[in-house]
Design a protein around this ligand. Structure first.
Ligand code: DON
Length: 309
């Protein structure tokens, strides 16, 4: 592995920022539609080293689908893998993240994996708590430990905006409830899910979360165990097979690291035993992944020989 320093981040972000012109800011969540396509930032959090970053590294964005990795970790810690995989499968789909299509393939309506919306909703439905507040609290508790920041919370406006417009996610929930894959109040589940997606942070905090996964679930500074290694391993495997949705195969060839994207334009990437990287750029390609983020990771992965394959 070739050492990475701040001049690498500056050089490559400068080189790829122009690609923002090829993408489009998401607008199906109204509160995200006013994100500026030219905003960009990158941070790298090495295991046992010093954080480096460039761009608008203080800018806070919502993590959206990246939260699916955290909620999966919470469900696995609380219930174990057998219980979780009785509700959701482990296979990639070649469909978009919001797709309903595959729910009719298996009986009973078991979502293919926890990274697509259907699977993530089924996983969040498992999280312990007497009400939505306690369930969100469980997710925030782990996020705060991973980011090493007690202040991390969700963006109320983005959560509310998605909650009011989540018609497709409601449809997925009703379909799964009919088939007994999820239970309880759908409105309460959507409240938890939209809040977890609206968890807000900057690239420095997200890079630290990625670094914990790079260190097999251990704190990148103290080496204390924060997530059981098996849970970290399962989460990283899903990042490889499903983390970039129906672009996961191309990403595996072009970059070759476990990664997870969100429609806000963030991507977190895991460089095993080395560190965590987080990129932000809200202009998205047609698969819902950050164009600047993908380009930057392609360049860095090639130069630093990051691919695990
Ligand atoms: O449920 C949704 O549609 C969003 N809250 C999250 C989707 C997402 O981030 C997909 N990522 N690329």
């Amino acid at each position: 592995m070739i050492k990475i320093d701040q001049s690498d981040l500056i050089k490559w972000l400068e080189h790829v920022r122009i690609y923002a012109n090829n993408g489009k800011v998401v607008d199906y969540i109204p509160a995200l539609a006013n994100q500026q396509p030219e905003t960009n930032a990158v941070a790298y959090y090495p295991i046992g080293g010093e954080l480096i970053f460039t761009g608008q590294a203080e800018y806070k964005f919502t993590i959206q689908s990246i939260s699916k990795v955290i909620s999966l970790a919470v469900a696995l810690i609380q219930h174990g893998d057998q219980a979780v995989f009785s509700r959701v499968d482990k296979e990639p789909t070649s469909d978009p993240f919001y797709s309903v299509a595959k729910l009719e393939v298996e009986k009973p309506a078991k979502p293919f994996n926890p990274m697509i919306n259907a699977g993530a909703l089924a996983v969040t439905n498992m999280i312990r708590g007497r009400n939505s507040e306690e369930m969100v609290g469980e997710i925030l508790k782990l996020v705060r430990v991973l980011a090493n920041d007690e202040q991390v919370t969700y963006d109320q406006d983005v959560a509310q905006s998605e909650y009011e417009t989540s018609f497709l996610n409601r449809a997925l929930c009703y379909f799964m409830k009919q088939h007994g894959v999820i239970t309880g109040s759908i409105e309460e589940l959507l409240e938890v899910y939209t809040k977890q997606c609206a968890i807000s942070m900057n690239v420095k905090q997200l890079a630290r979360i990625a670094a914990v996964f790079a260190n097999d679930g251990r704190d990148p500074d103290s080496n204390e165990e924060l997530i059981p290694p098996d849970v970290a391993r399962i989460c990283k495997t899903f990042m490889v097979t499903c983390g970039m949705y129906n672009e996961s195969g191309t990403f595996a060839i072009n970059v070759g690291i476990p990664a997870k994207s969100g429609v806000s334009g963030a991507i977190m990437g895991v460089i095993k035993r080395c560190g965590g990287i987080a990129v932000f750029g809200p202009a998205l390609n047609e698969k819902g992944n950050s164009v600047v983020g993908i380009k930057l990771l392609e360049k860095l992965a090639a130069e630093k020989m990051w691919s695990i394959f």
